[in-house]
Design a protein around this ligand. Structure first.
Ligand SMILES: [Zn+2]
Length: 564
């Protein structure tokens, strides 16, 4: 029985409405408790420090086929960031596609305790889980790519949502997945034949179905299954000038899915989906139109996909988009088609302040985050590593909380981007309470993780303590202090154990892998016909396909009762 008392810190726990109150946090056996029974618990004196729940990342590419392909393609990425071992940690390489161990250490040093890997080709699920098993100090989960999977497209085409729901429930089990991921719906299937879809009402070749039908159909399936997270959607036309109209149409289309207080969709890396103009020459921000719609509707959540000015590696299941990036940059690239399931692509990318489009993208991400009034709707991400590596998060927190920090960067940007940026007119500076929503509370709530993102009794004892005294520090003025504090947590506590102290890892703890055990009234039929199709369509037999429970090192299945 281990007990820990964190004394006298300033607590920011938005789910429980606590905004900087000075209080103690009691921990016993890995959970937050009301009070401790032992007389002499281990104590952390948090006087003058900021306490938040452990960070939660709703969208970060840290494991699986595309991440590993990125590592193979980019030796130059590892060479510049070799990481030595310490008494507690193993060696590895870092920068935009860190090795598994370094991924765990670097997140933990920033006070993060839970991360979600948002893109898992079902055929590559075993590999993804092998990497997740390897990542220390964090709880994690993965979203299988479902939107262009042949079985799902066939069920949706027939309009048989119940059978589709049972099939998706089965997929969550056999891939050990957490949420329905949809990438450029219909576009990936088209890409198998060298094409793409260009609006949500285009026909997907061979299936007589449209992206609109895939998105709304799977959002309804998600409701029928009572999944804790909504559908997780990478929109059509992502990364292309003028795509904000597609994003608006997608958000409007999802109004048709019954909303009963729980979001019906999460649109990911919104920055990449908020481009105005009709070509790269006049590409501009559409943050005003997009945020206006979002401020007037409540059925969706979002994350930023913020751009960082650095060298990074883009990777996505959106094969046709990666091809567009290749045409723009001429850089080395990889493109792949994952049998009947999805596609994928990798290309290195250097975001530069001196490039008008890159600088405009940087501005769009921040404009959106600052113009969307409700922080419970918009979460901080870089779509790691697509917009930039996750270790740059402290810089984003400084930009969000300080106009001075934003302007200090904007003044070095391309003149055209400066002229068109909305940032000079935005005075909003987010508080520590709002930052806590955007980096942990809001993300946990949108994911339906009941024991995470807060410090109430019964929550997982995942806690981050930062060297910021909100009584004496004006975070809008002292943005460099904020950046430093969020880069090196004073303490990170995972399941009640101190895993980081003074910004250094001091533990070898392993995190858990969460997945959904979705219980449908009738199970999905795995019959001879289905097995025959595996033989015909895939290069592996059915028996080699499922990720069995034993494959997962530290298991944390979450039972969900479906209504079908
Ligand atoms: Zn992504």
């Amino acid at each position: 029985m281990t007990e820990l008392l964190i004394k006298n810190g300033f607590v920011f726990d938005p789910i429980n409405g606590i905004n900087g109150e000075k209080m103690d946090i009691a921990i016993k056996d890995g959970k937050i408790v009301a009070k401790l029974s032992g007389r002499k618990p281990k104590t952390i004196d948090a006087t003058g420090l900021t306490i938040m729940p452990g960070g939660v990342d709703i969208h970060t590419h840290i494991a699986g086929g595309e991440v590993n392909m990125g590592r193979m393609v980019r030796p130059e990425d590892h060479v510049k960031d070799a990481v030595s071992k310490t008494a507690w940690t193993r060696s590895g390489s870092g920068y935009s596609i860190p090795s598994t161990f370094i991924t765990g250490y670097r997140y933990s040093k920033m006070g993060y305790t839970t991360v979600m890997n948002p893109s898992m080709a079902p055929l590559e699920a075993k590999h993804t889980h092998e990497e997740l098993n390897d990542i220390p100090l964090l709880d994690k989960a993965s979203y299988p790519l479902v939107g262009d999977w042949w079985f799902v497209l066939e069920y949706l085409k027939k309009g048989d949502l119940e059978a589709c729901a049972r099939h998706v429930a089965w997929m969550m089990d056999i891939t050990k997945g957490y949420a329905i991921k949809i990438v450029n719906p219909g576009g990936l299937e088209s890409w198998g034949f060298g094409h793409n879809v260009h609006s949500i009402d285009d026909q997907v070749p061979n299936f007589c179905i449209t992206p609109r039908e895939i998105i709304c159909g799977l959002a309804k399936v998600n409701k029928m299954l009572n999944l804790p997270h909504s559908i997780h959607l990478h929109t059509n036309n992502l990364g292309l000038p003028g795509n904000y109209t597609t994003t608006l149409e997608t958000m409007k289309a999802l109004e048709s899915v019954p909303y009963n207080g729980r979001p019906v969709g999460h649109i990911t890396h919104l920055q990449f989906a908020s481009f105005g103009g009709n070509g790269w020459g006049n590409m501009r921000s559409a943050a005003e139109d997009i945020s206006k719609y979002i401020n007037n509707h409540n059925h969706l959540t979002f994350d930023m996909g913020q751009v960082i000015f650095t060298d990074t590696t883009t990777m996505t299941a959106d094969g046709p988009f990666e091809y567009t990036l290749y045409q723009l940059s001429g850089h080395k690239w990889v493109n792949s088609d994952v049998e009947t399931e999805t596609s994928g692509g990798i290309i290195p990318f250097h975001y530069k302040k001196s490039n008008a489009v890159n600088a405009t993208q940087w501005s769009i991400g921040l404009e959106l985050a600052l113009m969307i009034d409700d922080p419970w709707k918009m979460f901080m991400t870089t779509d790691h590593p697509n917009g930039g590596p996750f270790f740059a998060y402290p810089r984003i927190l400084a930009w969000l909380s300080s106009k001075n920090a934003r302007m200090a960067t904007l003044k070095h940007c391309h003149k055209k981007a400066q002229r068109n940026s909305l940032l000079p007119s935005i005075t909003r500076e987010l508080s520590l309470y709002e930052l806590a929503i955007m980096t942990r509370a809001g993300q946990a709530k949108a994911l339906g993780l009941k024991n995470k993102g807060h410090l109430g009794v019964g929550a997982d004892a995942d806690v981050a303590i930062f060297n910021i005294n909100p009584e004496t520090t004006d975070i809008a003025r002292k943005f460099r202090t904020v950046r430093r504090a969020f880069k090196h947590a004073a303490y990170t506590i995972k399941d009640g154990e101190i895993v980081v102290k003074d910004g250094e890892v001091v533990s070898k703890a392993t995190g858990r892998t969460m997945w959904l055990d979705v219980q449908t009234k009738e199970p999905c039929k795995v019959d001879e016909d289905m097995k025959r199709r595996f033989k015909e369509y895939w290069t592996v037999d059915y028996d080699n396909y499922p990720v069995y429970d034993r494959y997962v090192k530290v298991k944390d299945p979450i039972t969900v009762k479906a209504s079908v």
